[in-house]
Design a protein around this ligand. Structure first.
Ligand SMILES: [Mn+2]
Length: 301
């Protein structure tokens, strides 16, 4: 019997789409979508650590400008690390800001494969009670009423189109159905080997053939359903133009020198990056650059 892996992947994406919570938005809404931060515990294996200042500056900008932050999975590296508390301690400035987004009702969190444990309701209970300020004696609540979703649908109430948001690991069977085995290998084999310079061959982020296969599945799903989809997981930013399939990817926050994301404002979508730049006096600053767009979302219909 031949098992059609691509068919399984497509049906898992459809299942996530059908179960997704609807988030209404309009042309005045401001949304920033980022993913694959892989926040770690500040050691050598923490791939987020080198971008933490860029990320914090970007998040501050989005907080001050009234954006809703949507994290599209793999926000935390819970395959290499067992302890969420340690990750929060290592990046408590980030968590302080995320907690502020949450208090203003401007935070949505999705899980990916590396933080799939977040889908367990017991994990949510634990997170909501976690302290995020080591300078305070008593535990303070990190998130109120937080949920971790597999999928969300952004629904434009003025023009009635939908944008499907999901991490995208469903298009990657080995990292989805066999996630416990993948996690075991990352935790005890690929993780330690990465420290001496080897690359995990099962990772869509580090392996081109694997990445192409995952992208093909995501593109096929977008075509079959004639549906805009924004995913992460592959760490490769994608922005369709001129009749390309309706597949967007927000990239990652662990590129060597930048982080990328997808902004939705004024009913338009654009791909942006944040990086350290140099001004005319040779001073370093964190700056935002538009890579693609803006394009009116309704033009994709
Ligand atoms: Mn992933």
């Amino acid at each position: 019997m031949v098992i059609n892996m691509s068919k399984i992947a497509l049906s898992r994406l459809t299942r996530a789409f059908n179960a997704a919570k609807y988030i209404p938005f309009d042309n005045n809404s401001k949304i920033i979508i980022m993913s694959d931060c892989h926040r770690g515990v500040g050691n050598w294996a923490d791939n987020f650590a080198h971008n933490q200042n860029i990320y914090f500056a970007a998040l501050s900008y989005y907080y001050d400008h009234g954006f809703t932050y949507i994290e599209l999975g793999d926000g935390d590296e819970l395959w290499e690390n067992r302890s969420y508390d340690e990750i929060i301690d290592s990046h408590n400035n980030v968590y302080w800001l995320l907690s502020k987004f949450n208090k203003k009702n401007r935070l949505y969190m999705l899980y990916g494969n590396h933080d799939i444990v977040k889908r367990d309701p017991a994990f949510i209970d634990k997170v909501c009670k976690t302290t995020n300020n080591p300078c305070q004696k008593n535990d303070i609540t990190l998130f109120y009423d937080i949920n971790f979703y597999e999928g969300l649908v952004l629904y434009n109430i003025e023009e009635q189109y939908k944008i499907f948001l999901t991490h995208g690991h469903q298009a990657d069977i080995f990292n989805d159905i066999f996630w416990r085995l993948s996690r075991f290998l990352v935790r005890y084999l690929w993780g330690p080997l990465e420290l001496i310079g080897l690359k995990d061959p099962t990772s869509a982020a580090k392996n081109h053939a694997k990445r192409n296969k995952v992208e093909r599945n995501l593109i096929k799903w977008a075509n079959d359903h004639n549906q805009m989809i924004v995913a992460g997981h592959t760490h490769k930013a994608v922005f369709p133009t001129n009749g390309d399939p309706l597949y967007f990817n927000d990239g990652s926050c662990i590129h060597p020198r930048c982080i990328t994301g997808i902004e939705i404002t004024n009913g338009e979508i654009q791909l942006i990056k944040w990086s350290v730049q140099v001004d005319h006096r040779y001073h370093l600053y964190v700056g935002r650059t538009i890579l693609e767009g803006p394009i009116e979302l309704s033009s994709f219909l």
